[in-house]
Every structure is written in structure tokens, then in C-alpha cells.
Design a protein around this ligand. Sequence first.
Ligand SMILES: [Zn+2]
Length: 563
Amino acid sequence: MRKRLDAKTYSEVVEALLKAAGSYQMVRPVSTSFDVEGWRLAANALRLLEGEGRPDERGANPYFVSLYRTLADTLASGAGFLFGQEGREHTAQVDQERRQWREWRFRWGAEDQQRLAEAKDTMRQVGEPGVPLPALFCSPTMELGVDISALNAVYLRNMPPTPANYAQRSGRAGRSGQAALVVAYCAAQGPHDQYYFERPEAMVSGIVRPPAIELANRDLVRAHLHAIWLAESGKELAPDIPHVLNLSDQTLPIQQEITQAFAEPDLKTRAGAAMKRVLDSIGAELTQEAALWVPDREAFAAATADAAELEFSNAFDRWRQLYQGARDQLKEANRKSELPGLSANERKTAKDQQAQANEQLALLERGTSSSGSDFYTYRYLATEGFLPGYNFPRLPLYAYVPSIGAGPGGRAAYLQRARFLAIAEFGPRSLIYHEGRAFRVYRAKLPPGVRTEDRGKLSTATLFICDACGAAHQQDEPERCHACGSTMAATHPIRNVLRIDNVETLPAERITANDEERQHQGFDIQTVFAWPLRDGAFDVARALASDADGPVLSIDYARCAKS
Ligand SMILES: [Zn+2]
């Protein structure tokens, strides 16, 4: 016809054609944000065929060519991430190698992809996928040293402790001048979070103070003095604890070649002199008022050098306890598995227990120098407070999580938590999350001697809490509070108190947020305190806060916690 249609006819023709196509299910009506009805091409009415270039011989649209090619390649390579968001952990509980893979997967630069291709076989063996990782859940391990320059969003699940931490964590995103989104969540129940919710500028553009260490802290100074003593002995320790302790002896003493080095006659004198020099160098801090514990530096250095060998050995008590516990469990499971006439179920239980005991032994015996192993000798000595250590909790609680088949997170591990967190997180029946799975705490590993003679009852303690100030007392029916002097005559005791250091878990079913909330409500956590006793006297300091009108607040505080 070659006749131009006027606008009205054009609309009618197009509408009639679309209606006809609609009756054959080739297009479908959809509502639009304009005041006309829209039509959408039905996906199943489309056939894609390889073309032979455009009839007008112009080049193909490079955007669509690349889009379809990328999609096709992605689908061919498994494309897990197109159908679900994968998120992984990047924490100290994940071993170094796996953390590295996750950084590469997350960053996904050309160099990263090449490294991933090289590590493909190792990764497949341990079940770590090689596809891009869209979300990384990080603990402060991510705070330092990891460069992910393309990062454009950081979500902080709590307000960081200080403006310095905030700068570090939020600074992960938007480097080299790019814009980035940083969201910090403030928990409704957290006093710290709420404080900064009211005053965001104090965090976001707050003062970054240089890190401070209380140099008059007795435990801290002692840990450094121990390090001097160990260095002075010239004894280099093996990375794994089985080469430090003698496992062929029931009591697991320190290996003889090590005790021989410690027994060297002038070690104490040499170490004592070196310790004294360090104490003198911080002499200005060790005032009579701040450091009651060191009235005489020379005597303190000598006493620390004298006691160092015993303390070194005592630092391994927790490892000994975990190791003996696992060995006993293995023996018991072996004995049970050999009993005649076991049911299939009983046989399986015995087998599981054998496997778990073996896993625990393997974890305890493994000590690589990477930060991945909690039982690397020097790191272990620092967590136990014998040596200094600043980047992990001191005297943490341990929870054992068993292996649950292949796949990421399948491996057994000992999880560590600082005590103040563990009291809530490692409580009886608590849920613990590790590498995308949930575990339930089902038993405590009891230290030897906590069971009474007949092995039935636990020997528990009784606590008395002062009604006036909240101080705790372990001795029987105290008359007066050691902290505030109030009478304790009518105080009700808290009976059956048991100290738990290490727990074991079992895999838990997937649970909902409601279940978890119920779990949290299950415990009433009460914070109490007791002043530390040093050489027969309470180690308490007093401070007074005042303003122009005079004193406003008097504070009593302990310089360091009891351990
Ligand atoms: Zn009191």
C-alpha cells in the first residue's frame, strides 16, 4: 500500500494486531504506570536462533552480545549464584587458606580468578565453591590488612567500639575515591549502640585516640616478663603441643629436653636482670598507688623468674584436660563398640563417639604456625595468659563443633569466645552458629575433680550476693560484704554454682528467629563482681569525678579482673 497511516488508525491497527497475538498467547496484557494498557512478549513464545549478522550489515549491539554471552557462560559453569545468594564467613574461626579463597571469590578481579583457577582442585576437595561470592560476613579479621578496593557497601551489625574501629571497618569500602554506602545498625537493647544512635557524629567523625595500654596492669606485665624469660632460655618451642608435652606419660608433663633448658643454673639470674630492666623502663607508671603489686622491682622480677617454669607448665592444664577428656571418650567408645550383641543404633552411637573423639584429638594435636590453629603453641600460651597476646581473647571458653560431612563448614573445630560473650552464647542448650550451620550445646566438659567420690554428684559452690552493691562472696555465710560493708545476714544463697569452661555441641535442625529469641529469653544473666585479693589486701582503686561545683561521682574499681 505504501500509504502512511494517521496516528489514530496507527493505534487501532497496532491494538488489533496485539489483541490477535494475545489470543494466541504470544503477548500478555500488563498494567503500566501510564494511562494505557501495556503488552509483554510471552517468554515461551520466543525462539532464539543463531543469526547470520544483520541484514543491513551493521555490527551487532555489543551490549546485548556481551550480556547473552556472559549469561550463557555463567549458566554453563554451574551458575549457583544466579539462583540464590551465597554468603560466607570471614572470621578467625575460618582457617587462613579458606579466608584467602573467600577474599579472592569476593573481590573477583582478573588476578583473583587466576589464583582461584590454580587452587581449583584443593578447593573442590574441601567443598569450597569457585564462583563469585556476593556477600562476606566478617568479624574484625577483616578490619586490617585485607584490601578489597571495589567494595561499595558495608553493613555493620553493631556500632563498633570506638571511632578508630569505625574508620577501619567502614574504610573497607569506597577506597580510591569511590563513593560507598556504610550502614551501622544500633541494637535497641545495647547501651553502647543507643548512646551512639543519639550522637552519630561522635562515632562517624569522632576523635581517634591512639591505643592505650595500662602499663601498671600486673597480669599484662607478668606476661611480658614471661616472654623475656622464655627468650632468655633460648628454647624454641615446637609449633604443636604434642612436641612440648610428653604424651607417653599419663600426667602429660613438659618434655624433658625443655625442662633441661629451663633448669640451666643461671637462667633465673639472667632473666631476672632482663626483667628488672624492663620494669625500670616503665618505672614512672609503676607508682606506689597504681601498682601495689610491685613494691620492690628486683624482688618481683626474681619471684616471676622463679615461678615461670611452674606457670609455663600450668598454662597447659586446659589442653591436658581437653586431651584427657577426648582420650577417655575414645577409650570408652572403643570399649562399647566391642561389646557383644549391640543394636544397630547402639553401634552407630559408639561409632559416632569414636569419630568425634578422634576429631578432637586431631584438632588438639595440630599446631601450624598459621593463625588458623588455636593450638599453635605460642598462640595457645598467649590465650592462656602466660605470654602476651593482643588480637584474640584471653582465657576464652571453648565449644567443640563436630564435623558434619563434606562441604564448607563441614570440618570439626574448637570455637573460642571471650568469657563475657560465652556466658550467654555457650550456655546449656544454646544455639551456636558456625559456617552457616547451627549447633546446640548439649554438654559441658567437666574438669577432673569436679565430681564427688561416688562419681555421681557434682561438687558445686554456693554464692552469696550482697543486696546493697552486688558483690559476690564464695565463703560460707559472710557476715559483712567485702566491698561495701553492708550486713549479709539475710542474704539468700545461690546454690549449685558450677564453673563451665568447655562445652560440646551437636548439629541442630535449622531453626527460626523465633526459636532463637526463645532461647535467649531462657537465661537470666546476672552480673556480679568480687574485688581481687592480692597478698592479703583487696586491690581496689578509687577515683573522683568533679565539675566546677565540686565532686559528682566517686568510683571504686579493680585494676584487673580475677582470672
Ligand atoms: Zn556490698
